[in-house]
Design a protein around this ligand. Structure first.
Ligand code: IPM
Ligand code: MN
Length: 358
């Protein structure tokens, strides 16, 4: 077996509950394969503000820096959302984490599970077989440009360097090589200078990958195509804010936001996080869907090069969907609790199909 240092940042709302289930599943993987994961827990978000006044305390950052990889639950608390003048916000913790650790590539797979096609607001024939992965640039663009107020207004600058574009473009093309060999660059090159730079650089990077077809699409059109004909997409490559928006849009294809995992990768460490937020209305009720976090843990296993283990987690998740061992958001009736679903997935890894009879 292997030894790994795993950081764990449960965060706010339902974060701690869904993270607990992912750890349960990782424990099942470790005992089956003889691995040893050492977990270090840290506060982030509103809970960190409550404890220390800082949404990303130095101790938490240090835990992440020392980690081979880390899990992140969710951040956000309604008490900050309706206060436009709040000086500290939970979200600053996440943005600072991305920037300080150089987590520049946000990878968001969108899969239409056959057993869940009926849950999507889109027609089954449009979404059956959809398999998309979004490569969203995560440490540049309008999120991190200079921002401020003027006498009678406000501004947010959008900037990109060649280097920032090239490094994520390479990752997107490499991913396409193991997939359907198609990259769609989403931009607004008819209006924005940064988008024109993206087109120029990405066309240049594409020369290194002659087996991959590259298509460039304006973001407004891409938003429409995502609903009209999502099967045309394989790898989507895009800048920070367009990726934020298009990935939420794409999430309706899978039928539930509660199923979508993500990875945020840098050169030193990587973070794995469900796409859904802190869902404060469900916090502490043991009803939140843990599968997105469990699937994020599977992406972490892939990243740690534990490929069979990742496959096994995904098979266990598919089994829970197939057997209707799911939370209320996906259930035809009442559904099961967060920890029952986690137990099912962990037991399935330990015992296989046998565990389904109980
Ligand atoms: C996301 C979230 C974040 C973002 C927020 C919470 C800052 O929406 O991870 O997509 O906009 O990047
Ligand atoms: Mn978002």
């Amino acid at each position: 077996g292997v030894k790994k240092n795993i950081g764990v940042l449960p965060g706010d709302g339902i974060g701690p509950e869904v993270i607990a289930e992912a750890i349960k599943v990782l424990d099942a993987v470790c005992s089956k394969y003889g691995h040893k994961f050492t977990y270090a827990y840290g506060h982030v978000g509103a809970v960190a503000i409550d404890h220390t006044g800082n949404p990303l305390p130095d101790e938490t950052l240090a835990i992440c820096e020392r980690s081979d990889a880390f899990l992140f639950g969710a951040i956000g608390d309604p008490k900050y959302d309706n206060d436009p003048k709040a000086k500290v916000r939970p979200e600053q913790g996440l943005l600072k984490l991305r920037k300080s650790l150089g987590l520049y590539a946000n990878i968001r797979p969108v899969t239409a599970y056959d057993s869940l096609l009926h849950m999507s607001p889109l027609k089954t024939e449009k979404i059956k077989g959809v398999d998309i992965v979004v490569y969203r640039e995560l440490t540049g663009g309008i999120y991190f440009g200079e921002k401020g107020r003027t006498e009678d207004g406000a501004f947010d600058h959008c900037t990109y360097s060649n280097y920032e574009i090239d490094r994520i473009a390479h990752l997107a093309f490499q991913s396409a090589q193991n997939r359907k060999k198609h990259v769609t660059l989403v931009d607004k090159a008819n209006v924005l200078e940064t988008s024109r730079l993206w087109r120029e650089r990405v066309n240049e990077v594409a020369k290194d990958y002659p087996d991959i077809s590259l298509e460039c699409m304006f973001v407004d059109n891409a938003a429409m195509q995502m609903i009209q004909n999502p099967k045309q997409f394989d790898v989507i490559l895009t800048e920070n804010m367009f990726g934020d928006i298009i990935s939420d849009e794409a999430s309706v294809i899978g039928g539930s936001l509660g199923l979508l995992p993500s990875a945020s990768v840098g050169d030193k460490t990587a973070m794995f996080e469900p796409i859904h937020g802190s869902y404060p209305q469900a916090a502490g009720k043991n009803i939140a869907n843990p599968l997105a976090t469990i699937l994020s843990a599977a992406m972490m296993l892939d990243h740690l090069n534990l490929i069979d283990e990742a496959i096994e987690v995904r098979q266990a998740v598919s089994a829970s969907l197939r057997h209707g061992m799911v939370t209320a958001d996906l259930a035809r009736n009442d559904g099961y609790s967060t920890d029952r679903v986690g137990d099912f997935v962990a037991n399935y890894i330990a015992d296989g199909e046998d565990s389904c009879s109980q």
